[in-house]
Design a protein. Structure first.
Length: 312
């Protein structure tokens, strides 16, 4: 009995001691692995973090929108990797970081382009005539699953409500192009206000939307024009690259010239003309081949990043 008692009194302490050591070593190992994973995620974050870009007024390009930065969500990334404890860049979770200064914080200025870090190009289509070419243009845009921003002359909308509706129903963005294609540089504040308000009214009545963007006819404007648009809740949009389609260039020459000039944030001006109807398909194809996405003015002006592929 003495031997059995001694055996019982000795072994449990030995077993408990071994179990305690095992548990302690196991916890330490988990903590070490956790710290190591966190460290790797932190290191990855430090290497791939992109600072946001503030909106600014450029001496040449005037108002330029900001662009979100990119950061790694360490906690969310860790949660996706903790089951294996191994770092996997394909499981990294990102978050966008907004800039400190936004376009709305700037004084009213015209916008000629998007942020130069945003790989997007916009097609601006000013409509005051050219009805016969619009169906073909819409067909090409649809085939490429591309949305453009159409700026409507108010009197044109009054005369062509069904065509205006068909453009809107295709999912394209609608902007204000004044009412009677005036030279706004020579118009008073009152006259400019009437031109823009009248156009907004007919667009609202016909399409049930209120434009956010205004394109001055023939690109003619002054600071009073920009201020009037701003007071009516619209920003003034100009262009980066001009097709000069009204001069009736050969479609191939027009396309080559435009495609050679587009870059991050470019806005391409065009009208419903024969050169555009014949060259738009090639233009879109070649712009996309250069790695640019095509979107609306709202897409381009947005601070939202295009994607995270370049940061993975």
């Amino acid at each position: 009995m003495l031997v059995l008692t001694l055996g019982i009194s000795t072994n449990p302490y030995k077993v408990m001691s071994q179990g305690s050591n095992f548990k302690s070593e196991n916890i330490t190992s988990i903590e070490i692995n956790k710290d190591d994973l966190y460290k790797k995620i932190q290191e990855y974050r430090n290497q791939h973090k992109i600072k946001p870009i503030d909106a600014k007024v450029d001496r040449v390009w005037k108002a330029i929108p900001g662009y979100n930065g990119l950061d790694v969500n360490i906690e969310a990334s860790y949660q996706k990797m903790k089951s294996t404890g191994d770092f996997d860049k394909n499981k990294v979770v990102y978050k966008e970081i907004p800039p400190n200064i936004h376009l709305d914080n700037l004084r009213p200025e015209p916008i000629y382009r998007g942020n130069p870090q945003k790989p997007m190009v916009v097609l601006l289509i000013n409509v005051a005539w050219g009805n016969e070419y619009i169906p073909e243009i819409l067909k090409i845009l649809n085939n490429h699953q591309t949305k453009a921003t159409f700026f409507f002359d108010g009197s044109w909308v009054n005369k062509n409500p069904d065509l205006a509706k068909s453009i809107k129903e295709e999912g394209h963005e609608i902007g204000n192009h004044a009412y009677s294609h005036p030279d706004l540089k020579k118009r008073s504040v009152y006259e400019t206000t009437e031109e823009l308000k009248k156009t907004n009214d007919v667009i609202k009545k016909t399409l049930e939307i209120t434009p956010r963007w205004f394109a001055p006819p023939s690109g003619s404007f002054n600071h009073a024009t920009v201020n009037v648009a701003d007071q009516l809740g619209m920003k003034t949009i100009l262009w980066t690259v001009d097709t000069v389609d009204w001069k009736k260039p050969l479609p191939s020459e027009m396309v080559q010239r435009v495609v050679s000039k587009v870059e991050n944030g470019s806005m391409v001006l065009m009208h419903p003309t024969k050169p555009v109807a014949e060259g738009l398909d090639s233009m879109i194809t070649n712009i996309k081949a250069k790695g640019y996405q095509l979107g609306t003015v709202s897409d381009l002006i947005s601070e939202k990043r295009i994607d995270y592929s370049s940061s993975n």
